[in-house]
Design a protein. Structure first.
Length: 91
C-alpha cells in the first residue's frame, strides 16, 4: 500500500502539508490514552473544532500512534427539507 502511495506522489498537490502515509491499526484495540477537553471560556463547538483541526492532527503524527478518534462534542448541522415535486421537475 505504501508503495502505491509513493508512486502517486506526482499526481498529488505539491503544497500538501505532509505526504500521505499508510499504517495498519486494529480498531478493536482498547484506547491507551483518553483525554477530556473542556473550556470555561469557549463554546463546546469551538473546543471541538480546535481539537479536530489542531490537537488530533498533531497527536496522529506522533510515532507509534495508530489512530486518533474524537467523540462527544457538538458538530454543527444543517437540516434540509427538499420538495420532491420541485426536484422532479428540475430533473
Amino acid at each position: 500500500m505504501q508503495s502505491a502511495i509513493n508512486a502517486s506522489q506526482s499526481f498529488l498537490p505539491s503544497n500538501l502539508p505532509a505526504p500521505p502515509t499508510y499504517s495498519k491499526t486494529n480498531p478493536a484495540d482498547a484506547p491507551v490514552l483518553t483525554l477530556a477537553i473542556t473550556s470555561e471560556s469557549m463554546p463546546l463547538s469551538q473546543v471541538e473544532d480546535m481539537v479536530d483541526t489542531r490537537l488530533a492532527p498533531k497527536l496522529s503524527q506522533l510515532s507509534g500512534v495508530g489512530l486518533v478518534s474524537i467523540s462527544g462534542g457538538q458538530k454543527p448541522a444543517v437540516r434540509i427539507q427538499a420538495n420532491p415535486t420541485a426536484l422532479s421537475r428540475m430533473g
